[in-house]
Design a protein around this ligand. Structure first.
Ligand code: FAD
Length: 517
């Protein structure tokens, strides 16, 4: 009994010392950070912005926000934390434009680096053979578009929405309707400058430090902070023919999508979306699409059926308008859509690429932008897309949610299997994106709880039916789930972590690795 009492006493004393020591580490940190010589500055008071994101569901407050002015600011802070070793609890999250969905760019009690403050290197466009642009990792894609257009050039691969940062999309993949041809954005990067989890600044490319280069692409921020990226460019068109066609038959819809992604001199952009149980079709389409024949479009009634809309774009310059018209007509004549449902419009290239921003402005004005966004993005193997559609559209989902449901195929051959991104093991796979907005305080079908339950049912259905689905912009809470997500890639992912960020300082909001204490 005496021994047990002694042991208890010892344990209490030991734990108290440990707590005091940890508290000392944490409380002494702000002052140790303050002493770092920086060109930028820390903010310790106004940090609430860094605890929010587009998903609007998770809020973790950091201890400080760094507004870097140089790459060495970022390197200095990470090196400082790295040198403190495992006794410091501090973690670091790069925050791009904060358009994550579940707190991925947040760092609870840690340091958030506001990447948009990093204005170096100044954007520079190289216009020779194989043109490219060098941009800061915190640069917005919309700014890259405008700057490269001044030279008649533009990046090849996009996301649907351009008010996202280079570092943010390259940490995931960056996919849109151009991906079938050019691959995702991570397939269109030539060089990166990275600050690793040890605070080292490393330049990398396929040829130089290739392992780090591939790790970071699609690496969910786990291996380093992207401070500069070299992005390849192509000549930019002036205008875009933007086309929408409707299908009632899912088989015909996907057959045509798959035909088009392999066709020669095909469209430049191929996407599609699902319309469930809608009547006033035109009003519900994404708002910046104004067909040339709005009367005909508005007369089309879906009668509550599930419809599938194929969305295409063909780039052109005015001087080659005739040739392009012929090409477009030729391709359309081979498709199997409902004959009266060909809707076409012509817009400038910039208006086409920046189309979702038009919706943003409208939604913001109605207070509907900053609502919870319980999005679900899935990659589905081509061989299972019909099973998926059967189980989900019109079954688990009986009405179109508040927001579009995108669906389009891409080719695996355009993805580099050395990167960290996880995709299905099949030559063609689909992105299906449920881009839902929840109406705050609603208990109905547009309320957050209802949508989350629906997402869960979709995931359970995929699991039960062994569809081989992978999440895009993945979100899990346990390491077991992450292991399952990565599958055979897990060992390599873990190994890369142990090389580039062994203390698990970076991107804690992804909840893949815990910083060891
Ligand atoms: P953040 O949310 O700030 O960060 C995302 C993750 O990357 C975090 O873990 C963060 O720590 C890390 N990170 C950020 N910057 C860096 C850096 N410089 N170096 C290393 N790690 C970094 N995605 C598509 O692929 N296609 C689409 O069409 C598409 N459309 C979208 C439309 C909207 C309206 C929204 C809100 C999102 C869309 N997305 C799309 C998803 C988007 O690509 C991701 O949410 C992306 O992470 C957002 O970029 P961000 O700059 O806001 O990154």
């Amino acid at each position: 009994e005496h021994n047990i009492l002694f042991l208890k006493g010892f344990m209490i004393l030991f734990l108290s010392c440990l707590t005091i020591r940890l508290n000392f580490c944490v409380s002494s940190l702000p002052s140790s950070l303050k002493t770092l010589p920086l060109q930028g500055h820390f903010n310790f008071d106004q940090v609430s912005h860094a605890a929010r994101d587009f998903g609007n569901r998770y809020q973790y407050y950091p201890m400080a926000v760094l507004h870097p002015k140089s790459v060495s600011d970022i390197a200095a802070i990470i090196k400082h934390i790295w040198q403190m070793g495992p006794r410091s609890q501090l973690t670091v999250a790069a925050r791009g434009h904060g358009h994550s969905l579940q707190g991925q760019a947040q760092a609870h009690g840690g340091v958030v680096i506001n990447m948009e403050s990093l204005k170096v290197p100044e954007m520079q466009v190289y216009t020779g053979n194989s043109p490219y642009v060098d941009a800061s990792g915190g640069e917005l894609w919309i700014n890259i578009l405008h700057e490269s257009l001044r030279h008649g050039l533009a990046p090849k691969s996009w996301t649907d929405y351009l008010h996202l940062t280079v570092g943010g999309t390259l940490s995931n993949a960056g996919i849109s309707g151009q991906a079938f041809r050019h691959g995702p954005q991570i397939s269109n990067v030539e060089q990166l400058e990275i600050v690793t989890g040890k605070g080292e600044v490393v330049n990398c490319s396929e040829e130089q430090n290739g392992e780090l280069f591939h790790s970071v692409l699609g690496g969910l921020g786990q291996f380093g902070i992207i401070t500069r990226a070299r992005i390849s460019l192509e000549p930019a068109p002036a205008k875009v023919k933007w086309i929408r066609l409707l299908y009632a038959d899912f088989t015909a819809f996907t057959r045509d999508q798959e035909k088009l992604i392999f066709a020669e001199s095909t469209f430049d952009y191929i996407e599609g979306f699902v319309i469930i149980n809608r009547t006033g079709l035109l009003n519900n389409w994404r708002s910046s699409f104004n067909p040339q024949d709005p009367v005909q479009a508005s007369q089309f009634k879906s009668d509550g059926r599930t419809l599938f809309c194929l969305e295409l774009a063909k780039y052109f310059n005015l001087e080659d308008s005739d040739v392009v018209n012929e090409e477009v007509e030729k391709h359309l004549s081979l498709l199997d859509y409902i004959p009266s449902t060909l809707f076409l419009t012509e817009v400038t290239y910039v208006d086409f690429l920046d189309r979702v921003h038009v919706s943003e402005v409208k939604l913001r004005s109605k207070g509907l932008w900053e609502v919870p966004h319980p999005w679900l993005n899935l990659f589905i193997p081509k061989s299972k897309i019909h099973n998926f559609a059967e189980g989900v559209f019109g079954n688990i989902l009986t009405e179109t949610s508040n927001g579009p449901i995108l669906i389009y195929p891409v080719k695996k051959s355009k993805w580099d299997n050395r990167t960290s991104v996880v995709i299905p093991d099949e030559d063609v796979f689909y992105l299906v994106a449920f881009l839902t907005s929840a109406v705050p305080s609603s208990n109905g079908s547009d309320g957050l709880e209802h949508i989350l339950t629906q997402n869960k049912r979709i995931l359970e259905y995929c699991e039960r039916s062994h569809l081989g689905v992978k999440q895009y912009l993945p979100h899990y809470t346990t390491q077991e789930e992450w292991r399952a997500h990565f599958g055979p890639q897990w060992e390599a992912f873990q190994q890369r972590k142990s090389v580039y960020d062994p203390l698990a300082i970076l991107a804690p909001g992804q909840r893949i690795f815990q910083k060891s204490i």
